[in-house]
Design a protein around this ligand. Structure first.
Ligand SMILES: [Zn+2]
Length: 246
């Protein structure tokens, strides 16, 4: 058994959420985009939050824009910010690690891409402020995330092994099995887009680019594990597309 697993479980107790200041529920309409390859989940999330015209522009110039932006089949959260900036989408990126976390060098998920991407990513972090990209080095609470959903969708880096969907049963079987043989699954980075929540049900609504057009649902506890899993750096982008409508 892995003692770490139980430690993680106990830190994600959300039973005392102060929901009273938040709307009971929020739902944001998004146009779904299903990823085409195994490396474009982040780009698919950006496509889901872009206004129609920008989305069409990105899709019709996809290869050219990827080349121009400099990513070669591996996108980091900072890359998604530059892409949002390219389309003048207001957003704020929170992470607990400004730049590349030194521990990623020992993480097999980052192993091969790190050598290839390191200088490019560091350069992008260094130039972010100059380019008008807002990065805050902090861990955010679930309450803050729910509150920000009033202003627009939220792109989050998760460990895909830990996300489940109560509706389509995505990963459900794996999770059940893990209860029998508890162990921390290997990190596998995957971006999803949050598009609402229900405080009464304590559920979060999201779109998973792996899936065909569909709003997925998971409990807030499950979400907390998935986004705080070691390897995510708690990367999260608050997109402010609905800010002017409030
Ligand atoms: Zn689902």
């Amino acid at each position: 058994m892995c003692p770490q697993h139980f430690h993680e479980m106990s830190t994600a107790n959300i039973s005392d959420f102060p929901y009273h200041d938040l709307p009971e529920s929020v739902e944001i309409d998004l146009n779904h985009y299903q990823q085409k390859y195994n490396w474009d989940c982040g780009l698919s999330c950006v496509l889901m939050v872009l206004p129609k015209e920008d989305r069409e522009d990105f899709l019709s110039n996809f290869a050219g824009i990827c080349k121009d932006e400099g990513f070669n089949k591996s996108t980091w959260t900072i890359d998604l910010c530059y892409l949002l900036k390219r389309y003048k989408i207001k957003h704020v990126y929170y992470t607990i690690t400004f730049g590349i976390h030194p521990e990623h060098a020992t993480n097999s998920f980052y192993d091969t891409i790190l050598t290839k991407d390191e200088s490019r990513i560091n350069r992008r972090f260094d130039n972010a402020e100059k380019c008008g990209i807002k990065i805050k080095t902090a861990s955010v609470t679930i309450e803050y995330i729910l509150d920000q959903l009033r202003f627009g969708p939220v792109i989050v880096l998760t460990n895909t092994q830990l996300i489940i969907c109560d509706r389509c049963k995505f990963n459900k079987m794996k999770t059940e099995l893990r209860k029998l043989i508890p162990c921390v699954p290997k990190f596998q980075g995957h971006y999803i887009v949050l598009c609402g929540y229900s405080a009464n049900l304590r559920k979060i609504f999201y779109r998973n680019p792996t899936m065909y057009n569909h709003v997925c649902v998971m409990s807030m506890e499950v979400f907390e594990h998935a986004r705080k899993s070691s390897g995510t750096d708690e990367d999260i982008i608050f997109v402010k597309t609905l800010e002017n409508q409030i």
